[in-house]
Design a protein around this ligand. Structure first.
Ligand code: GLN
Length: 500
């Protein structure tokens, strides 16, 4: 256990909680420690920091700790992806169209992690700020942020992954012990993999979407990103739970004490290995790291079972029809009337809409809106959107067949390690193709996780993806935890990174 003040950033969430409960450090001191690190940050992970607001929250935490009324993570810092709306911090979703936008309320997930919802008290965490992301969470490298890209703490010339790139980089660089992310088609798992941290996207509907700026509503899901499965378990228990009045797709399923379920040996666990995840497209360095991890799990008593997810390749066209279709509808609310930016020069209402959106949205967002409007348009709807919905159902069915043979599925998160900044700049399709292994679970609404399993080319981190059946987050977290008991990949920090 590391307890000196200099080492607060190396403590796990439960260590920080006990440091605070035993008054070895106050919440204000802990917040100041991290705020100082954030000030010296060179990764570009943060979009908004408001030390005054963070310290005010920390003072409330100290009062609750003194009174013995604190939540389970009272005073422990966290930072939120900039798609969660927050009262104390600006929320932009990484877009110019929301420059300086301030929400009148906190997202449910933010409330639950902090002060609580309605009369139910929250975890008591202190918010350090808002984290950079791809504009409206559209991207795989965080290069689509309208403000600035994020650099990978392991190598500042490389991307941290996307769209929750700020979240992954901030945790990896020890600027915050934990972060929230959102995952529509891989945006928690892929940046977690690229930055060597642990992240889990729960079953669709487990965490409330209320106050999460919508990208593709039938896919968007919030989840925690932290160093270990143990930390993710604590966070996920605090984040999940029904929010039926405010999110119509919220599942009416009570949250679980995921931390209490990290005790099961993996002996006899059947791990499905989809052959489609290990084809020619997978880089050898990633494959080697995954193979080694599977061997470790085998040596712990798990059994590897060959399975097939035959429509894996189709998940790319299916996702890149459905997600833009939903985005084109969701983003119609940004028209210069109610939120954020409004163009200065216009002649009438329609020209105001046009000018505002032309100025406010970035290139990739415009591309998705155009694609979405096209696949939903009269004459093309049946050929594209309807067809994609049918195949989406088949992809979900394929998983159910696979889960008849295995308890969890394991494979790569991404086909390669993090690429260099600008590498895909002239070819947006290259980014889309790199999502191939994360999209299937997203389309099926299944929980998925990334767990650090080693290092590939250029010593960049590699993560293994674990996919579970609906509501099997506890199983995923437990498998990850058992693996982390036997390995220390999740404990390594990117000290050699030029960004640090
Ligand atoms: N890369 C995918 C996209 O651009 C996934 C993004 C996400 O999960 N938010 O849509």
């Amino acid at each position: 256990m590391t307890n000196s003040t200099q080492e607060l950033h190396l403590q796990s969430l439960s260590e920080l909680a006990s440091t605070l409960h035993s008054k070895k450090a106050s919440a204000v001191e802990v917040a100041q420690h991290f705020l100082k690190r954030i000030q010296a940050d060179k990764t570009g992970a943060f979009l908004d920091v408001n030390a005054e607001a963070s310290l005010a929250q920390a003072r409330s935490s100290d009062a609750r700790l003194a009174a013995g009324t604190g939540g389970c993570l009272e005073g422990v810092p966290i930072a939120h992806k900039d798609v969660f709306v927050t009262r104390d911090f600006v929320t932009t979703a990484g877009s110019k169209i929301l420059t300086n936008y301030r929400s009148p309320f906190d997202a449910t997930v933010v409330q639950k992690l902090a002060h609580g919802v309605n009369s139910q008290s929250g975890a008591g965490m202190v918010t350090l700020g808002k984290l950079n992301c791809d504009e409206f969470a559209m991207g795989s490298g965080n290069e689509n942020s309208a403000f600035h890209p994020v650099r990978n703490p392991w190598d500042a010339t490389r991307v941290p992954g996307g769209s929750s790139g700020g979240s992954a980089a901030a945790v990896a660089a020890r600027l915050t012990p934990a972060a929230t992310g959102t995952d529509t088609g891989g945006s928690i798992r892929q940046p977690a993999s690229f930055c060597g941290i642990t992240g889990i996207k729960p079953t669709y509907g487990r965490a409330s979407r209320y106050g999460m700026i919508a990208y593709a509503s039938s896919l968007d899901q919030a989840g925690p990103m932290a160093r270990s499965a143990e930390d993710c378990a604590l966070l996920l228990s605090a984040m999940c739970g029904p929010d039926l009045d405010r999110d119509s797709t919220s599942l009416d399923v009570a949250t679980e004490n995921f931390s209490a379920k990290l005790t099961q040996s993996v002996k006899g666990l059947r791990i499905g290995i989809p052959k489609e995840f290990f084809g020619d497209g997978l880089a050898a360095d990633v494959r080697n790291a995954i193979d080694a991890a599977l061997k470790t799990l085998e040596s712990q008593g798990a059994q590897l079972v060959p399975i097939s997810l035959p429509r894996t390749e189709l998940s790319i066209p299916v996702y890149y029809i459905i997600a833009p279709a939903e985005a084109s509808s969701n983003l119609s609310r940004f028209d210069g009337v109610k939120f954020g930016h409004r163009a200065k020069d216009y002649t009438d209402l329609v020209s105001m809409y046009k000018q505002t959106r032309t100025e406010g949205f970035g290139e990739e967002v415009k591309r998705r809106i155009m694609t979405g409007a096209y696949v939903l348009s009269h004459g093309y709807f049946d050929a594209y959107y309807l067809q994609a919905q049918k195949i989406r159902r088949m992809i979900a069915d394929d998983f159910q067949q696979a889960f008849a043979l295995c308890d969890v599925i394991a494979g790569p998160v991404a086909p390669s390690v993090a690429w260099t900044l600008g590498h895909n700049a002239s070819d947006p399709l290259a980014d889309y193709l790199a999502d191939i292994f994360t999209l299937p679970a997203s389309l099926a609404g299944l929980p998925g996780m990334s767990v650090p399993v080693g290092f590939g080319d250029a010593l960049m981190p590699v993560g293994v993806q674990l996919i579970g059946n609906y509501l099997q987050e506890a199983t995923l977290l437990n498998v990850a935890h058992q693996f982390q008991l036997a390995t220390d990949f999740h404990m390594q920090s990117p000290q050699r990174g030029a960004a640090l």
